[in-house]
Design a protein around this ligand. Structure first.
Ligand code: NZQ
Ligand code: ZN
Length: 395
């Protein structure tokens, strides 16, 4: 195990009806004037925005609203949010939604606390070390989709216009103060979005599981347990979207997959995420769908880096390759992973995603490694990234 700092202060209020506590939680974490931020309509249609607003009013907290966050959140709305937060004297950001809304709120929280400056903290793989964020307003979350894990993560990923680049900011300062997590709120998700969420949280575990670090038994076992839970409980959710207990297990898995409890003490990879972010930037596809295409291709490409780790993955997560050689088991594990993604109805190729082979040089260019390598399990150079995109062309 390698040394680590771990600080995960997000207060979780989990269960049915917990959104009624939002006002109390904002007050507890110091908010007195809130910017209520939400997406393209689902949280308004379900009445959730109204219920949360009532909870704020009951706690004596004033608020202004800014809806309209699109998946792969855009910088233009963030700019509007920063102006609104500053002109209205907002001291707390409240995100109602999923990763896109939360990440947009985190960006506004940075801008409002730094005289309008937020963009320079969003960088890509061209830098080795992300710039430190000096200040950010506190952020709270009412989560409506189990997926990105942003409700307790250190990150924010946004789409910078007009260049159309998907870039990330990071730091403990971006961990939300609280997350209200009512699994019932996720029951209205379309099956495709539920599936994308499952793929994303599984990918967050893979990014940590595939590591060159030895002697990390605890986090290996944690990763495997959460992966198995995502597969097993995810199948129940897909079969019966109103299964509260399965929704609850999936929702908590999404948080544990990305608050870094499963990644502490180990070198992590994150190449697949870097490779995927270029796809969701260029094609505006769902992040989880892009990962369903990229992750199996990445696995096939890097398998020989540590065949025994892929064999362990096959046996302990998918229960395949038990009596086989490590080589055969590792291949069976990747095949089982693909089969699982297919069973969720997710795309597996560029064509199924709506991506184009002729764009591969552009994708590699916008990833902009700038001489750096990508990934901690097997450091990739540009030609490796291109080869992985090419593997995405076929099943
Ligand atoms: O906009 P509305 O109408 O609300 O619809 C949303 C959106 O279309 C819909 N939705 C959400 N909750 C719903 C619902 N529809 C019905 N019922 C509900 N309860 O779902 C769609 C997708 O929402 P989005 O917020 O984009 O989903 P997700 O949570 O998957 O977030 C994806 C974003 O997070 C980033 C991704 O890159 C992507 O931009 N990520 C953020 C991370 C982080 N901050 O730590 C890590 C991740 O790896 C990821 O990169
Ligand atoms: Zn992700």
């Amino acid at each position: 195990m390698i040394d680590f700092d771990f600080w995960s202060p997000t207060y979780i209020a989990f269960g049915k009806g917990k959104e009624s506590r939002t006002g109390e939680l904002v007050r507890r974490f110091g908010g007195r004037r809130v910017l209520l931020h939400y997406g393209g309509g689902s949280a308004v249609r379900s009445g959730l925005v109204g219920r949360v607003g009532a909870s704020l009013a009951a706690a004596g907290i004033g608020y202004v609203e800014l809806g309209g966050v699109k998946p792969n959140p855009r910088s233009s709305l963030i700019e509007e949010g920063v102006r609104l937060a500053m002109s209205e004297g907002v001291d707390f950001l409240l995100a109602i939604g999923g990763g896109s809304v939360i990440d947009s709120a985190k960006a506004i929280a940075i801008g409002a606390a730094n005289g309008g400056e937020w963009r320079k903290f969003y960088v890509g793989r061209e830098v080795k070390v992300r710039p430190a964020i000096p200040a950010a307003l506190p952020v709270g979350v009412v989560l409506t989709i189990a997926a990105a894990g942003s409700e307790a993560s250190t990150n924010s990923v946004v789409n910078l216009e007009p260049e159309n680049l998907k870039r990330a900011a990071g730091g403990d300062i971006l961990r939300p103060k609280f997350a209200v997590m009512n699994p019932e709120l996720t029951m209205s998700l379309p099956p495709f979005q539920t599936a994308c969420g499952l793929a994303d949280m599984f990918a967050h575990l893979c990014e940590r599981y595939f590591t060159p670090t030895a002697d990390v038994a605890l986090s290996d076992n944690l990763c495997e347990a959460v992966m198995r839970t995502v597969v097993e409980e995810g199948a129940k959710v897909m079969a019966n979207p109103s299964d509260y207990q399965a929704r609850a297990n999936v929702m908590w898995a999404g948080t544990l997959a990305h608050n870094d409890v499963c990644g502490a003490g180990r070198v992590q990879d994150w190449a697949s995420h870097g490779i995927e972010h270029e796809l969701s930037a260029l094609y505006d596809c769902a992040h989880g769908a892009g990962l369903a295409v990229v992750m199996p291709a990445w696995m096939a490409y890097v398998r020989e880096t540590d065949v025994s780790r892929f064999a362990r993955f096959a046996r302990n997560v998918f229960g395949v390759g038990i009596g086989d050689s490590d080589d055969a088991a590792s291949l069976a594990g990747i095949a089982a992973f693909r089969g699982w993604l297919k069973s969720l109805g997710l795309p597996l190729t560029f064509e199924e995603l709506g991506a184009k082979g002729e764009d591969i040089p552009l994708l590699v260019k916008t990833l902009n490694l700038n001489g750096n390598t990508l990934g901690g399990f097997k450091p990739l150079v540009e030609s490796d990234v291109e080869a992985i995109y090419r593997l995405c062309l076929r099943r």
